[in-house]
Design a protein around this ligand. Structure first.
Ligand code: HEC
Length: 126
């Protein structure tokens, strides 16, 4: 009987560690992502809130909001390139042989783009 409190304490420590880890994985640092987008050349074609050669990031976020596989879809588009969803201009590939971005970086960028559909997300920035 005396062991229960200890077990409970151990379990709650594990739970809070898991919760902290989960929160970290789901959130991306908007300042860091903006710098990565800038240094990767994304902003030559994309803007956050207006259409340039490419769709704005908030328009992409709106379009994919509620799609269960949105992160995966956008990560794939960044890594492998994409065309046809928004028009005839292709999105270049950043993964593969060139290896301009790692899959993890592409996933962070996908989450950052998707965060722009949420009030108080990265959309609050210019
Ligand atoms: C040369 C111009 C250009 C550059 C540079 C560029 N993109 Fe794109 N991007 C496009 C175009 C055009 C589309 C629309 C493609 C389509 O119609 O499917 C697009 C689409 C996307 C999409 C949506 C994909 C989809 O399935 O609808 C995401 C996300 C995206 N770009 C992110 C990025 C990121 C992140 C970078 C930098 C690492 C980047 N883009 C760099 C032109 C560009």
């Amino acid at each position: 009987m005396k062991r229960f409190p200890r077990l409970f304490a151990a379990a709650s420590v594990l739970c809070s560690l898991a919760a902290a880890g989960g929160a970290r994985a789901a959130t991306v640092d908007a300042t860091r992502m903006m710098a990565l987008a800038q240094s990767s050349g994304c902003l030559a074609c994309h803007a956050l809130h207006r259409t340039k050669v490419a769709p704005s990031y908030d328009a992409i976020a709106q379009r994919f909001q509620g799609h269960a596989d949105a992160v995966q879809t956008l990560q794939n588009a960044i890594l492998n390139g994409h065309s046809g969803t928004w028009g005839i201009v292709p999105m270049p590939s950043y993964g593969g042989a060139q290896g301009l971005l790692t899959p993890a970086q592409a996933q962070d960028l996908a989450r950052w783009v998707l965060s722009m559909a949420q009030p108080g997300g990265a959309a609050a920035r210019p």
